[in-house]
Design a protein around this ligand. Sequence first.
Ligand SMILES: Nc1ncnc2c1ncn2[C@@H]1O[C@H](COP(=O)(O)OP(=O)(O)O)[C@@H](O)[C@H]1O
Ligand SMILES: [Mg+2]
Length: 157
Amino acid sequence: MVNDITLELDDEAATLACGERFASILVAGLTIYLHGDLGAGKTTLVRGVLHGLGHVGKVKSPTYTLVEPYSIECNVKSSYNIYHFDLYRFMSEDEWDAAGFRDYFNAQSVCMIEWPEKAAHVLPEPDIHVRLALQNTGRKIQFSAGSALGMQCLEVF
Ligand SMILES: Nc1ncnc2c1ncn2[C@@H]1O[C@H](COP(=O)(O)OP(=O)(O)O)[C@@H](O)[C@H]1O
Ligand SMILES: [Mg+2]
């Protein structure tokens, strides 16, 4: 059984590489909370994940749009969606259903959420917690499971 996985990331390239590696263990249906202060590297990690999944375009920070969708091709017949949320500016929980955010959490998507604490009462429980923090000039990253599915994924990380 895995407990927490903690790694040191010396520079931005290490965060991107960690995201690419994390991408390889993702399965559709996961909800992932990304914890950490402004500048901790959450968006950089998501950029690495999307590169790892073959996304070639830009990855913008969804600070104003709250969510940015990406369609990932698995093979010629199937695809799934990555939804990258940044809830820093999320104001009212009434907004959640009005914006249709509930529908983004389904068996064909992976949701990665920055600032989950801003929508604590409406967000589904996470399968995986990722915690990023400053450490010297680099970052420390910690992965922990929030569900049995999350634990299965982290076993192979
Ligand atoms: N391991 C790292 N070491 C040093 N700087 C990093 C590392 N990972 C990311 N950064 C830098 O941290 C800054 C903020 O990253 P960002 O991903 O936007 O943070 P957040 O989304 O958590 O606010 C960026 O300039 C990025 O290059
Ligand atoms: Mg960010």
